[in-house]
Ligand binder design. Structure first.
Ligand code: SF4
Length: 463
């Protein structure tokens, strides 16, 4: 997926003004997801679960070298082949070589954010390989030639009516087809693909070091088919997905599902440890696990940002975010959007590349309350903002405003004078006089300042 973050503001404005259906569809879907998440959290002692999950993931991340070595050893014992990819290019290369060595012409894929991150599909298509996205939402987006706009519900920005039109045109379904009819039409295409593909590609929700197990959660059954029908299964997994023990996985499967969809656990959980044991057994003949760094060790080395690597990609922070709800994910310009994107993208891509995402937040804190692994997203946003300010990456008007404010705040005479001028100018005139307020004031009426300053009132003893 191309990186186009810089124009975030322009894209967000365009979606809000020109495509109100997106806001309607995203708001409706995220509110529904979030209501289910809240009910599901209420059924358990969610604070205790979240603290436990935070501790397990933080332990795994701060002992990553040990657990990665353990996971690799167990996977090899299980008969899987382990590959290491330092960056997106290496990850693509590994998959391309596997496909070329095995004469692969057709691939079925499960939903995977890391494959979006490494831009895998265009590379495979460029080599003449046919790809079928098998998650229904991803399949819709593949027909539309669009990237996902949500970690969990990739097509939530599309309405039922739009999907009806698309399927009527591409799959010849009735123009008033109900969701069952549409799903049946997609299933027919995808079943043929499952039976004829030589390679299945998935991500991995978790990788258990103790047993060398790639765990995948889903609701549609497509991942189960992707990992078991084709001759070769390739799991592409970020190195931060490690869990130390199998007993940890039991808790994470439940907590992740509750945070994502409000379910006590996903409908299907696949635990992949290696290829089919004997000829005639179900399962692939080869299992390859590609462990992807692609900037993660840099994030791990960052004093604050490393906490974002606890993310289990549940999407709960997107669902609760009042900013994300206005635009959906495309405005953010890269694969990880919403609150987690705003703190993870600067770490993975570099702060300059990810500007202005750390500022795409109201800092309301709802994302932290929803997050199953207690990533302190509002604090990380502030940290990235501080770094952006120090590195001169913020707009000059904003830097000038803060410098002026600092001058005034440390000079009482200047502060009094500015207060008097401000109160004489009034709301809209103040907005025009202070260009640094321009963006803020464009969509809002500035409050009219009090005619008398707090200091004056205080001096006169008037409450
Ligand atoms: S940051 Fe937390 S809430 Fe957001 S996707 Fe990651 S785990 Fe889920």
């Amino acid at each position: 997926m191309r990186i186009e973050i810089g124009d975030y503001g322009a894209r967000a404005r365009q979606v809000i003004r020109e495509d109100p259906q997106v806001r309607e569809a995203v708001t409706g879907a995220t509110l529904a997801f979030d209501a289910k998440r809240r009910r599901s959290y209420d059924e358990i002692d969610s604070d205790a679960w979240r603290r436990w999950a935070e501790a397990v993931k933080s332990h795994a991340l701060t002992h990553l070298d040990r657990y990665l070595a353990e996971a690799e050893a167990r996977l090899i014992e299980n008969g899987a082949v382990v590959h290491w990819a330092a960056d997106a290019g290496e990850a693509r290369q590994i998959v391309m070589e596997l496909a070329a060595e095995n004469g692969v012409r057709r691939v079925v894929k499960g939903k995977s954010m890391v494959t979006e991150e490494i831009d895998l599909n265009p590379a495979l298509e460029g080599a003449g390989i046919e790809i079928f996205e098998t998650d229904l939402g991803e399949y819709i987006l593949q027909l539309l030639d669009e990237p996902p706009s949500h970690i969990l519900g990739p097509a939530i920005h599309r309405t039922l009516e739009q999907v009806r039109e698309l399927f009527a045109e591409r799959l010849e379904t009735p123009p008033d087809g109900n969701p069952d009819t549409l799903a049946r039409a997609a299933r027919k295409v995808l079943r043929d693909a499952f039976l004829s593909a030589e390679m299945g590609i998935t991500g991995g929700n978790f990788l258990v070091a103790e047993t060398g197990t790639v765990a995948l959660i889903e609701n549609e059954g497509n991942i189960r088919l992707t990992t078991s029908l084709p001759r070769i299964h390739v799991a592409i997994v970020g190195i931060e997905k490690l869990l130390p023990r199998m007993s940890d996985l039991a808790g994470f499967l439940q907590l992740t599902s509750r945070a994502a969809t409000g379910q006590p656990i996903g409908c299907f959980v696949s635990l992949i440890q290696g290829p089919a044991a004997r000829p005639g057994d179900d399962g692939p003949k080869e299992v390859h696990v590609v462990l992807v760094d692609n900037g993660r060790t840099d994030v791990l080395a960052h004093e604050h940002a490393w906490e974002a690597l606890r993310c289990v990609r549940c999407g709960a922070c997107l669902n609760v975010c009042p900013v994300y709800r206005q635009t959906g994910g495309h405005a953010y310009g890269w694969v990880y959007s919403g609150p987690i994107g705003s703190v993870l993208d600067p770490g993975l891509l570099g702060l300059r590349e990810a500007m202005p995402l750390p500022f795409a937040s109201s800092l309301c804190g709802a994302c932290f309350d929803a997050c199953p692994v207690r990533i302190p997203i509002p604090e990380l946003l502030l940290e990235w903002r501080r770094e952006a300010q120090e590195e001169g990456l913020t707009p000059w008007r904003e830097r000038a405003a803060l410098t002026t404010l600092a001058q005034m705040a440390t000079r009482p005479g200047l502060y009094r004078l500015a207060g008097r001028i401000g109160s004489r100018l009034g709301g809209s005139a103040l907005g025009r006089a202070l260009p640094m307020l321009g963006d803020w004031a464009r969509e809002r009426a500035l409050p009219k300042p009090s005619e008398r300053s707090f200091r004056e009132l205080w001096r006169e003893g008037i409450e």
